[in-house]
Design a protein around this ligand. Structure first.
Ligand code: SAM
Length: 261
């Protein structure tokens, strides 16, 4: 078992919390880009990831990338010049068009549609913020798009960037072993994916629905569609408003709403 912290409870009077992470790739937490499909995609050349240390473009001898905010206040602010110089150097080296994305809790909230839009780009430069904030001129003059991964505050943009890279990369042709996996996925059509099961068919009396064992593909398709609607109606009714429904779909949804199926 990998462990990064101490036992849950109190340490020196300070509340501490321990997380137990269950994963088939626990080492991923030290290097999320070097495991599983993201690693393969890099080996196959589907994605290239270059890491740049903003400090390399800091001029002073201490390689400072932050400074105190004008006007006072708590926390430090990410400096403008190292970020601007880093961007210029990256652009000089790679002449193709690039989109500059700033990870920020103030950006548009990331979703599958935005992931699809970004997957159309050739080169995406992601700025990961740190500190209490970033110099506003970065936002004003250097950034094409601001993206948030949700309404909460992270300590830095790196985790958010990894979320974005993961979601965008898996939309690229050749990333997934079976490209059809993407088709019925939750959010690809504003509807949640149907429930999935695998062997055994019965575990401690917890049974797989009979229809999935029937071999009747038409019935299985209808069951999956119905269950997709049921889950979306229960868990994310907001998505249904964005959905274009056929007459048959409307009937199914109506019956679910009335509790008839
Ligand atoms: N004080 C800032 C504010 O209220 O907007 C938050 C700064 S946060 C501590 C530091 C950096 O983490 C941000 O510049 C941004 O790059 C990143 N970050 C934090 N929350 C994020 C989110 N929900 N989505 C994307 N990036 C986030």
């Amino acid at each position: 078992m990998l462990s990064t912290g101490q036992a849950a409870g109190l340490s020196n009077g300070v509340k501490v919390i321990s997380f137990d992470i269950l994963s088939i790739f626990p080492e991923m937490f030290s290097s999320p880009l070097h495991f599983s499909l993201l690693k393969k995609a890099q080996e196959k050349g589907i994605i290239n990831i270059s890491l740049h240390d903003i400090r390399n473009w800091a001029d002073d001898k201490h390689k400072m990338t932050d400074d105190a905010p004008y006007g006072g206040g708590c926390g430090m602010v990410m400096k403008l010049e190292p970020v601007e110089k880093a961007l210029s150097a990256i652009r000089k080296k790679n002449r193709e068009d690039s989109t500059v994305i700033l990870m920020t809790p103030q950006g548009e909230v990331f979703n599958q549609k935005i992931a699809a839009e970004i997957s159309e780009k050739k080169r995406v430069i992601i700025i990961c913020g740190r500190y209490e904030g970033i110099d506003e001129r970065i936002r004003e003059h250097l950034v094409d798009r601001e993206i948030s991964i949700g309404d909460y505050i992270l300590t830095g943009g790196e985790l958010a960037a990894m979320v974005l890279i993961d979601a965008v990369s898996r939309l690229l042709p050749g990333f997934l072993g079976n490209p059809e996996s993407k088709i019925g996925e939750s959010f690809s059509r504003n509807i949640l994916e149907y429930p999935q099961y695998t062997r055994p068919a019965n575990y401690k009396g917890w049974k797989v629905p009979d229809v999935l064992l029937s071999g009747n593909h038409a019935k299985i398709e209808l069951w999956r569609k119905t269950e997709s609607f049921r889950r979306t109606y229960k868990k994310r009714p907001d998505l249904l408003k964005k959905l274009k429904l056929s007459a048959e779909d409307k009937k199914i949804l109506d019956k679910i709403k009335k509790g008839q199926i």
